[in-house]
Design a protein around this ligand. Structure first.
Ligand code: ADP
Ligand code: MG
Length: 264
């Protein structure tokens, strides 16, 4: 369980809070989609959830973030990174830059935690197979496509075995087949009990993996509820959120004077 209790956060030098009095709870095995226009605070919320803000990036925070009921503020960094993983849109920034093969890259995080070798091998194998990238194991991460690199970066997160995962636009650089692999990985993680917070502009992906949706505007939660219902809410477009293709199709049919129910 990942809990935000009245969290307000201001970036160093920020004139107003980027996150303003946010309370939120993610249960075990729950995937929550986070959407909102540019600058609404999505990335900042991800950094806070992973304990990187304010600890690493600075700024000031009030309120509390709890992992399974424990305040993360005093938690040692090595413990924090094993309990909550964060993935970003740009895979290149996430790769270590020091490994020569995908296998070593995926093993890098857990190896740094001092994991026993047998467990390390089984974790890496499982992570590679859950993203269907076993065939990349011997390749140099630097010579992969952006989409392949993102899958490797996510495999590296999976290998850490975190119970809480934060993904900030993980499929921004992926084609539809890569996006679908990431969706599979999210579903698998959730089925194993992880709580996942996923920011995506691709609302089709959100519609597929998330039961619950949180909408941010100006650093505040302005809408929250069942993803299937909220994604069809016309107010989302005014908040800078793309409609899922099914919702767009339905709207276009209605605008054209056709009855989507009769056509279905
Ligand atoms: P999103 O991911 O939804 O586009 P961000 O979390 O990146 O939004 O930004 C939220 C707000 O915080 C914006 O007003 C942005 O300008 C501000 N912000 C983001 N990063 C910084 C920073 N490093 N320093 C100061 N302000 C920042
Ligand atoms: Mg962002």
């Amino acid at each position: 369980m990942l809990t935000f209790e009245s969290v307000t956060y201001r970036h160093a030098g920020g004139v107003r809070p980027a996150i303003d009095d946010v309370s939120l709870e993610l249960g075990e095995g729950e995937v929550v989609g986070l959407v909102g226009g540019n600058g609404s605070g999505k990335s900042t919320l991800c950094l806070i959830a992973a304990g990187l803000a304010p600890r690493i990036v600075g700024g000031t925070l009030s309120g509390r973030i709890l992992i399974d009921g424990e305040d993360i503020a005093p938690m040692p960094m090595h413990e924090l990174v094993a309990r909550v993983a964060i993935g970003f849109d740009d895979p290149w920034t996430q790769l270590s830059g020091v490994t020569g093969t995908v296998y070593e890259e995926v093993a890098f995080g857990p190896a740094n935690l001092g994991m026993p070798r047998d467990e390390l091998v089984s974790r890496v194998d499982a992570a590679l197979s859950s993203l269907a990238i076993e065939q990349l194991a011997a390749r140099d991460p630097a010579h992969l496509s952006g989409g392949q690199q993102q899958l490797v970066a996510i495999a590296g997160l999976l290998a850490m075995g975190p119970r809480h995962i934060v993904l900030d636009e993980p499929t921004a650089q992926l084609d539809p087949s890569g996006t679908s692999l990431v969706a599979n990985a999210i579903e698998r993680l959730a089925s194993e009990g992880a709580s996942v917070l996923v920011v995506e502009h691709k609302t089709d992906l959100i519609a597929r993996v998330a039961k619950r949706l949180v909408v941010l505007a100006g650093g505040t939660i302005v809408m929250e509820g069942a993803a299937a219902e909220l994604l069809a809410d016309p107010r989302l477009r005014d908040l800078g959120v793309r409609e899922p293709s099914a919702v767009r199709l339905r709207r276009r049919l209605v605008e054209a004077g056709l009855d989507p129910v009769a056509l279905a």
